[in-house]
Ligand binder design. Structure first.
Ligand code: THU
Length: 156
């Protein structure tokens, strides 16, 4: 990974306005999290090439593996409802149900794989906005940098 693969900001105040807006929309979306098992409320927000913002929240199930991460709820919604739009960026946030403040979170490996798939499909980068464990905000150049040595469709 090269340093130019991502930018680091000391706080969300320093993000580009459109990225800061995405973080705020993701925070709102976390309120619809259905997470009675983990009590971990995740929100995701992505912005499309026409400026639309689409959000998702994690949805859990008594059959645990049936649940879905916030990122994939939003990504699959776009892929199924507006498949010809280009996804420009996605932000993810999280909080514990019994706490007021948001905590750092990073898209899981499966969501990274799904992001990569759509990035390759649309032939245009999807930036990922997340808060690192150090509390700084990270904006990646694309999704691929989150999956070194990745498996992709051309390998089939
Ligand atoms: N989760 C997400 O929604 N996105 C992430 O990036 C990390 C994990 C969800 C899945 C599950 O509902 C809960 O957080 C705990 O893993």
């Amino acid at each position: 990974m090269h340093t130019e693969d991502f930018k680091i900001y000391k706080s969300d105040d320093f993000l580009d306005p459109s990225h800061r807006n995405l973080v705020n929309k993701a925070r709102e979306a976390s309120q619809t999290s259905y997470s009675p098992y983990s009590n971990f409320q995740v929100g995701a927000a992505l912005i499309l090439d026409d400026g639309q913002v689409i959000t998702g929240s994690n949805q859990e199930n008594a059959s645990y593996p049936a649940g879905l991460c916030a990122e994939r709820v939003a990504l699959f919604y776009v892929a199924s409802q507006q498949p010809d739009r280009v996804i420009k960026a996605i932000a993810t946030v999280a909080k514990r149900r019994d706490e007021d403040h948001f905590i750092p979170v990073s898209p899981c490996g499966i969501c990274r794989q799904v992001l990569l798939e759509y990035e390759l499909k649309q032939k245009s980068p999807i930036q990922v906005i997340l808060q690192s464990q150090q509390g700084e905000w990270v904006v990646t150049r694309n999704s691929k940098i989150l999956l070194p040595f990745c498996f992709e469709r051309d390998h089939l």
